[in-house]
Design a protein around this ligand. Sequence first.
Ligand code: CO8
Length: 255
Amino acid sequence: MTFKILKTKNQDGILTITISRPEALNALNTAFFDEMDHLLDDISNDDSVKIIIITAEGKAFVAGADIAEMVNKNSIEGTEFSVRGQKVFRKMEHLDKPIIAAINGFALGGGLELALACDIRLASDKARFGQPEVNLGLIPGFAGTQRLPRLIGTANALWLLMTAEMIDAAEALRIGLVQKVFVPEELIESANKMAQLILGKGPKAVKKIKKVVRKGMEADFDSGSQLEAQEFGTLFGNEGEEGMRAFLEKRKPKF
Ligand code: CO8
């Protein structure tokens, strides 16, 4: 597939995906979801990709779903577009490789929903966040109503969803919407540093962290704990043995 919106660069296992449609502030349209869907399948089968950074070109990360494309949709088409986006974002959560969002600017509506589907969110201090759908007489359609309260709590989510208030990076950090904030020039370098930090850890353990946390958050406590115990066990006589032996032998592990 020829990619027109997504640019990719793989450097030492870190795949940077840059969303590049700055003339529309990287608004998410059908073409974006087609490309992202394909790319995620490619990544899933590509052992040379260990970790992913998603960022964007221009002054926005993503300013939402593409309003110009959505305006003429009827009710059925609206639901279809919502389901399309939900499936692609779900694929990101199920991908067994970590995804870091490097949020360079506006992350609004569907753009914030995209960031919510990533595993870790880093932001520029110029970034702005919001769920402005109610300004348009809409609600989020890419599972933002589900992910946002799970991430920042029901009250904070309802505040952002009902008021459409746009918050800055400091406020986003305060409520746990993003994990770290950097000056714009240091955002990508910092995302790369974090990616390298993760790449230095036990690779099987990192994959299992994502799986157990993601699945556990959707299950009851006991089922999640049971999954944790199973996955914990699989690391013995395996990567975990090497990590523990290395500690005892006072050397670096060879994962
Ligand atoms: N869709 C389409 N085009 C957009 C979008 C968008 N979401 N956002 C910006 N653009 C376009 C503008 O129309 C403009 O185009 P042009 O130059 O041709 O006039 C260009 O990008 C630049 O934008 P602005 O001139 O408005 O830039 P400003 O710096 O003045 O303002 C803002 C930046 C504040 C980000 C402003 O562009 C804005 O408010 N954008 C819309 C934000 C918004 O409401 N987002 C939510 C969209 S709805 C949504 O995401 C729902 C998700 C769920 C969908 C479920 C499927 C059914």
